[in-house]
Design a protein around this ligand. Structure first.
Ligand SMILES: C[S@@+](CC[C@H](N)C(=O)[O-])C[C@H]1O[C@@H](n2cnc3c(N)ncnc32)[C@H](O)[C@@H]1O
Length: 265
């Protein structure tokens, strides 16, 4: 084994150290849900999802991961379209509200630091995304990221993408929806390109296609007195490159992960 790698069980001090790097906004999100706020979570089904999902060409029955799912109705839309969905959400308040509001009876069981809520083809793992392992998720074919990457502080996003590759090594298709602040003086050409950050984070493993940009002028619902902002909502379709080498695969039946020191630095 190369020297820069450490092998460890799925929930070890190395994972605890990863969590200590990534969890600084967790208390804020938990409070957000306790305060019953909804301003950062989408209402209704996202039109960009409905418009672009079928273009990924996924077979019905495919398994879709929805990280940082909140209580997004997008999950119900995906199920209605014939997919199997696994969400991950930090807040038990959000998960409970999701099942209650849609009148869905649920099973509930503890899985290490996570709690798995289930109903038919839907599972939501309640807990910290960075505590989830490949074994927790099982096989996943595609990822639908709606405001998950962008919900995280910028310096954590590389760890998010690395952790995704580790726990969902076989996902070949991604639909990533972002909200990007407009930059003063930018041209239409600049608006219509893949954001540099998306390029940096994903281009090594995925071919990226910017499918759509919608520009809106928006006011912060929490601070309506503040200036309105121009925001670009973008839909990126990503397909794994044939040459993409998968980051370390689980090497035993229990699905324990290997993490390289490079990844958690
Ligand atoms: C901007 S909201 C987006 C929610 C949903 N995807 C949507 O489109 O409505 C971000 C969500 O990520 C959740 N979240 C933040 N950090 C998380 C973490 N480390 N693990 C799991 N969920 C997290 C928050 O509780 C919140 O529900």
């Amino acid at each position: 084994m190369p020297k820069d790698r450490i092998t460890h069980a799925a929930r070890t001090p190395a994972r605890a150290s990863l969590l200590s790097m990534t969890n600084r906004d967790n208390a804020l999100w938990q409070q957000y849900w306790r305060d019953q706020r909804t301003d950062l979570n989408q209402q209704g089904v996202n039109p960009l999802l409905m418009r672009w999902w079928s273009s990924l060409g996924l077979a019905k029955g495919s398994r879709v991961l929805v990280p940082m799912c909140g209580k997004s109705q997008d999950m119900l839309w995906l199920i209605k379209e014939g997919y199997r969905v696994t969400g991950i959400e930090l807040s038990p308040v959000a998960v409970r509200a999701f099942f209650f509001e849609h009148d869905l009876g649920s099973t509930k069981r503890t899985q290490g630091p996570l709690t798995r809520w289930g109903h038919g083809n839907l599972s939501i793992l309640c807990g910290d995304f960075f505590a989830a392992t490949a074994a927790d998720l099982g096989p996943i074919d595609a990822i639908y990221d709606c405001a998950a990457l962008t919900a995280l502080p910028e310096d954590i996003r590389r760890l998010y993408v690395t952790h995704l590759a580790l726990i969902v090594p076989d996902a070949r298709q991604l639909l990533v929806l972002t909200s990007e602040d407009s930059v003063p003086g930018e041209s239409l050409g600049q608006i219509s390109t893949v954001a540099q950050e998306i390029q940096t984070l994903y281009a090594e493993r995925f071919k990226i296609d910017l499918a759509q940009v919608e520009t809106h002028v928006e006011t912060d619902q929490q601070c309506p007195q503040e200036r309105s902002e121009t925001v670009h909502h973008k839909a990126y379709r990503m397909t794994v490159r044939a040459s993409a080498h998968l980051i370390d695969q689980p090497d035993n039946a229990s699905g324990e992960d290997r993490i390289t020191t490079e990844q958690i630095r």
